[in-house]
Design a protein around this ligand. Structure first.
Ligand code: GLU
Length: 405
């Protein structure tokens, strides 16, 4: 009997209550499906993955190779090597924080950092406000911590962004925190300095924790980089900043993220991580150290990548501008186009139907908006070669016309 057949026949497994409600990550699932179709010979254009298509810059790769040869092959401190935490703290202090290495915990990707923060801060009976649409994993991480994710829907006329009064309207006496993300995945919207300051002030006044996911901060087409919570927060007493090297330095596979948080919370997250993954991979930490300390080379590669993302963003916008009735969020950062293709009615799930047809009939992979709790929309990533991006956008527009005919 094959292993697979044995697996199918296994009736012993029933999901535990921890994961009974868990949904698989739709962003990961779409890119896995696109890869599988390509491997099977279908010429699929993959605009699903939120992953830079550039190689990690050479100076970073070389630093990792040197570190491996010098013996960076063993466990490190759970919270990360000191030089990396020092470099992160230095950068954060330059942005206006008063940050010491003791505030920094390095993890296996900003996804783990977000999970650590949610798991250490929230629990049963707590509610967490999530400006919506938001990245699919926020909702699941809050729920895995047994807290309740509370979607706060943004205004479509304002880039689907939220305001303090929207947060207040969704708050109860059980509200414990709010997740912020600017530039935003999936919309590409960027909160202005004043908008971000107002949200953080609102949270501060009410004693909520703010988890600010700034993984796309360097990829911003207006004021580069976008404003950090550290620059505008009246106090860092209830602030967790999450960042990493994946997006700005094209280092998704190296899996390095971090949190900057008050000491006591940093200690709790370190303790949690000591029982799950321990330290992030040692060679990857040295690669991240090179990325953060070799300023000139890093700035040059970030500028080149952001310039290329901007070129693609402009190309996408030029294609969709020919369709004034196609509603989109003005993409100001990150590398996503968010477009409305139907109604925000979960029972119709127009976005999923659209994404399925785009893949099956037009061979373009995108992510349905239901992954971000906005089922009338779809997310297209333009972190792909520009010809693919332009062709993919044209096919998206063609299908949109067909669905309206
Ligand atoms: N953050 C990226 C995305 O939204 C990577 C995939 C994931 O980890 O969800 O596509």
């Amino acid at each position: 009997m094959s292993l697979l057949a044995g697996h199918r026949a296994n009736r012993a497994f029933a999901p535990s209550s921890n994961i009974a409600q868990l949904r698989e990550s739709a962003t990961i699932a779409v890119s896995a499906r696109a890869k599988a179709l390509r491997a099977a010979g279908r010429p699929v254009i993959d605009l699903g993955a939120g992953e830079p298509d550039f190689d990690t810059p050479e100076f970073i790769r070389r630093a990792a190779q040197r570190a491996i040869d010098a013996g960076a092959t063993r466990y490190t401190a759970t919270e990360g090597i000191l030089p990396l935490r020092e470099a992160i703290a230095r950068r954060a202090t330059e942005m206006g924080g008063d940050v010491a290495p003791a505030h920094v915990v390095v993890s296996t990707g900003s996804k783990q950092s977000l999970f650590n923060a949610c798991f250490c801060l929230f629990g049963e009976g707590d509610e967490v406000l999530i400006p919506t649409p938001s990245w699919t994993s926020y909702y699941e991480m809050v729920a895995l911590a047994r807290a309740t994710p509370v979607p706060v829907y943004g205004d479509a006329a304002a880039g689907l962004k939220v305001t303090p009064s929207m947060l207040e309207a969704a708050a109860t006496d059980r509200t414990r925190g709010v997740m912020l993300n600017s530039p935003c995945n999936p919309t590409g919207a960027v909160y202005t300095r004043d908008e971000l300051a107002a949200l953080i002030e609102c949270a501060d006044e009410r004693g909520w924790w703010v988890i600010s996911d700034e993984i796309y901060r360097a990829i911003s087409y207006g004021n580069t980089p976008a404003t950090s919570a550290l620059e505008v927060a009246p106090s860092a007493e209830r602030l967790v900043l999450v960042d990493g090297v994946a997006k700005a330095y094209a280092m998704t596979g190296w899996r390095i993220g971090w949190t900057i948080a008050p000491r006591e919370l940093a200690s709790a997250m370190t303790a949690l991580q000591s029982h799950t993954t321990s330290n992030a991979a040692a060679p990857s930490q040295h690669a991240a150290l090179a990325a953060l300390t070799n300023r000139e080379a890093a700035d040059a590669s970030i500028s080149a990548m952001v310039a290329e993302f901007r070129r693609r963003r402009d190309a996408v916008v030029a294609v969709v501008q020919g369709e004034p009735d196609l509603e989109i969020v003005e993409p100001e950062g990150a590398f996503y186009l968010f477009a409305r293709v139907g109604e925000d009615d979960p029972s119709r799930d127009d976005g999923a139907r659209f994404a399925r047809r785009l893949l099956e009939e037009h061979e373009v992979a995108i992510v349905p908006g239901s992954a971000f709790l906005t089922p009338g929309w779809v997310r297209m990533s333009y972190a792909a070669p520009i010809d693919d991006v332009i062709e993919g956008t044209r096919r998206l527009v063609r299908l949109w016309r067909e669905t309206r005919a």
